[in-house]
Design a protein around this ligand. Structure first.
Ligand code: ZN
Length: 103
């Protein structure tokens, strides 16, 4: 059995190209990463299915990048960094500083 787009996984060493999280070392890491193949430039923005437009992404990066229009891995990293900052602010306000949450 081969994985769909296994050539992309092998090229990228089963590692998220946005954050560097590797799923290659053991099954737990592979499972935790919940990896997918991402279109760097999303199809809805005219991105192709060419291998050069495909990359391995872990689930958090893939979800945060979503369909943000990007032209490169670096663009994706920037889009993800912005989302992480938004999420940090949300977490601080609604979890860390929420008096109803018991730690
Ligand atoms: Zn990632």
């Amino acid at each position: 059995m081969s994985y769909p787009r296994q050539n992309i996984y092998e090229r990228d060493n089963y590692t998220c190209q946005y954050c560097g999280f590797s799923g290659a070392s053991d099954f737990e890491s592979w499972q935790l990463g919940w990896f997918a193949i991402d279109h760097i430039k999303p199809r809805k923005h005219g991105g192709s299915d060419d291998d050069s437009n495909l990359t391995v992404a872990c689930h958090p990066c893939n979800s945060m990048k979503s369909a943000t229009d990007c032209n490169s891995i670096e663009d994706g990293k920037k889009a993800i960094a912005i989302k992480i900052e938004e999420r940090k602010r949300w977490f601080k306000k609604y979890v860390l500083e929420n008096p109803n949450i018991k730690s």
